[in-house]
Ligand binder design. Structure first.
Ligand code: SF4
Length: 356
């Protein structure tokens, strides 16, 4: 009997639970999780990457090497709206030059408007693939992503006010563990309802009008907590509500691209690529919604988000809302980030007091 392929999907926020479901239940392959992202991941990625490539490339490369060391023999590469779409080939060449003999499946070759192209890519992993099985696994995985996003939205709204330190984090871990055992949509709905209830029951001490900050920026950096140095956690510790629209549900599954383009036309006539358009749209929304400030995050050298920055500056002036910019590279230190967050917090707090 042929042994099953051992497949890795790059680490990305909490979404690996959904990737795991497709790989195990839809493709009938073994899933190999890369170890959690650490300094070592970044060092491995940086050592073997071109110097000026953006940090998501380095994180992914480091993660691939760790996944291979953990036993993966197939690596899934993902596409993207910018140069991320070309990263697959480059990662593959670097890993081959390093002597790793693994198989690659590049999802950048698939097209969202043609679902069968995904089937063709998946078939490379399991030639006996059942279309029924993979379709049903993908539908469950999509639902999983939506459920993860809903739960995490609730967490961002409330975690800063938890009475028992770490209670939200602990429940979040339990939720993801239980989610990974789900087999179908029915079980998924049960888990979702159960955990939403549990989250709502956690005790919080939330003021009527807490400080509220909008979080915008580059796709990977904003959604990968290690990449942004756990900024959401730092903000929550200060008792701040974090508004973050950017997630997979909003940007891939249900994204109203045309409406977004139309609604920002006074600020940006042309699409600047990747997530720049969403960054602008959400900055305007957060300013209108009465957020006390906006935080913009990106990787060093991220061209689309660099292009969005002058537009953000205009939004800041038009709506009189402070915006702070963070650019992350492999040398960024926690101390520098925390000092700037501290200063930003003091400033938005003082502004709020003055407005009273
Ligand atoms: S959006 Fe920016 S950081 Fe992300 S992959 Fe593209 S260039 Fe790199």
């Amino acid at each position: 009997m042929m042994s099953k392929a051992k497949v890795n999907f790059p680490r990305f926020g909490s979404y690996n639970v959904a990737a795991r479901h497709i790989i195990k239940n839809g493709l009938d392959c073994d899933y190999i999780d890369a170890p959690p992202t650490t300094k070592k991941t970044l060092e491995l990625g940086t050592k073997n990457s071109p110097d000026f490539v953006c940090t998501p490339f380095k994180y992914q490369l480091g993660g691939y090497i760790e996944a291979i060391e953990a036993g993966a023999d197939v690596l899934i590469q993902v596409g993207g709206l910018c140069r991320l779409g070309y990263y697959g080939e480059l990662h593959e060449q670097i890993l081959r030059d390093l002597g790793y003999k693994v198989k690659f499946v590049n999802m950048a070759n698939a097209d969202f408007s043609k679902p069968m192209t995904f089937y063709d890519e998946f078939k490379k992993l399991n030639p006996k693939l059942s279309i029924k099985k993979i379709t049903s696994a993908c539908l469950v995985a999509v639902k999983m992503v939506e459920v993860i996003d809903k739960i995490e939205d609730f967490i961002r709204e409330n975690v800063g006010f938890e009475k028992e330190e770490g209670s939200f984090d602990k429940l979040h871990t339990e939720f993801l563990d239980d989610l990974s055992d789900v087999n179908d949509k029915k079980e998924l709905n049960i888990i979702y309802k159960l955990y939403m209830k549990k989250f709502k029951k956690l005790e919080v001490n939330k003021p009527k009008k807490p400080l509220k900050v909008g979080f915008v920026g580059e796709y990977y950096t904003i959604m990968d907590p290690y990449s942004n140095h756990y900024m959401e956690k730092e903000l929550a510790k200060k008792g701040i509500v974090i508004e973050r629209w950017m997630n997979v549900s909003n940007t891939i599954l249900n994204c109203p691209v045309k409406e977004i383009r139309q609604s920002i036309k006074n600020y940006a006539k042309y699409d600047m690529g990747a997530t720049a358009m969403y960054t602008i749209k959400k900055a305007i929304d957060y300013a209108k919604d009465g957020c006390d400030g906006i935080i913009h995050v990106k990787s060093f050298g991220c061209t689309p988000e660099i292009d969005a920055m002058p537009v953000l500056q205009r939004i800041s002036e038009d709506f009189k809302i402070p915006i702070i910019y963070f650019s992350f590279d492999t040398q960024t230190s926690d101390v520098g980030i925390n000092t700037r967050i501290e200063a930003f917090y003091d400033m938005i707090m003082m502004r709020k007091e003055q407005k009273k």
